[in-house]
Design a protein around this ligand. Structure first.
Ligand code: ZN
Length: 63
């Protein structure tokens, strides 16, 4: 039976790694996995991706 509410112990990001960006056709993107440790174990929430060229707001760059 699934718990009504999970007890999150900790949350951590994996090691960022370069990724291919489909928009600008370069490998300027970063991919980071988000892991959550709960009382039931570790699960991966998903991945977050950002491109240093296409998403300059993510990297605090102007332009
Ligand atoms: Zn891009």
């Amino acid at each position: 039976m699934a718990a009504d509410r999970i007890h999150i112990v900790d949350c951590a990001a994996g090691t960022p790694r370069p990724d291919w960006c489909d928009r600008c056709q370069t490998s300027a993107a970063l991919l980071v996995e988000l892991h959550v440790l709960t009382a039931e174990g570790v699960s991966t929430l998903g991945t977050v991706r950002g491109c240093s060229r296409c998403d300059p707001h993510l990297f605090n760059r102007k332009g």
